[in-house]
Design a protein around this ligand. Sequence first.
Ligand code: GDP
Ligand code: MN
Length: 388
Amino acid sequence: MKLHEYQAKDLFRQWNIPVPAGQMVTSADEASRAATSLTGPPWVVKAQVHAGGRGKGGGVQVLKQADQVGPAAERMLEKALVTKQTGPAGVHVHQLLIEEGIDIDRELYLSMVIDRASARPTMIFSQEGGMEIEEVAAQSPNLILKESIDPATGWMPYQARNLIFRLNPPLPQEAVRPMMALMDRVYRAFTALDASLIEINPLVTTPAGQVVAVDAKMSIDDNALYRHKELQPLDDPREKDPLEVMAEAHNLNYIRLDGNIGAMVNGAGLAMATMDVIKLAGAEPANFLDVGGGANEEMITRGFEIILKDDRVRAILINIFGGILRCDVLARGVLAAAKKVDISVPLIVRLEGTNVEEGRDILNQSGLDFLVAKDMAEAAQLVAKQVS
Ligand code: GDP
Ligand code: MN
């Protein structure tokens, strides 16, 4: 679950990680009022969307006068925000964070992630803050510093020194202790909240030697949300694809892609393989959908509805290897969905496995119009032919 910047900063405050004073607002009026109660100049108006790269897209504005805050907020709430991460259509901005501006001396980078190679939480630290970390990694990998954490000991002060004393030029002496404290708190917050990511870019030092998290990005591990009831209300479905939200509600593993072939598959491995053969046949998948081994008729129905609701879909491939999921359950689910939503695109079915005869009978007697493929390769070729 991704959090908004203002939500992450609220959590930072609870964990004593220094952040600028600020207020979340949803209208230009509220924004003007917030500015008068915050210290400036400058004041900062920040679009609250899950996409990054807001600075370059006009989603972060540093203003010298309090009376500029209202109009800037109005423009930001009106116009779709386009950044490197939103796609050309951009995203609607529902909320803004109004903050007191920080006097920045240096912009650094700090994040914590789970490193898959070492299977440990890892802190990443760099003096090249404010830029995209991927760019730094590509151009000057030596400036990216890492410390991996032994969960048995937790974050150790020597690790903080390892990172801090490798900065060039060095961190001002008065900023060393606050920086060490911040690193320790980031680790504590990361583990206690079951985060999968905490990223502070930029993490700044001020001329007075303070350390402040000027930006904040945070994601919580979905699988751990059950033990963080207090975090669950922070979810913002407006930031997600509506079809993905619907899929999530029914426990379906669904991800929207850019193509026009809808696919319904059981098992993540088979779903990946199906996307591969669709591409090999010269077409592009519109989605990844793994209905899972334990899918019931209701889930199949929902999954099929979700594919049909995607108006880019020009043909659908059902590729099921019935193991725990029986082919007759699949067939009934497809029929139930077909009764609710008109199937106006060609349907190609490849069924194999448990109760396959029963499944085929159900489909054959349904009056549904579909093509049967004998194997995956043929299924992919048939479906690709529908859109070529
Ligand atoms: P992002 O582009 O979505 O990552 O948004 P950020 O929160 O990182 O803001 C982008 C840039 O705006 C930062 O790297 C800073 O240079 C600048 N910025 C943000 N807040 C402040 C502030 O309080 N004072 C000053 N001087 N600059 C700021
Ligand atoms: Mn940033």
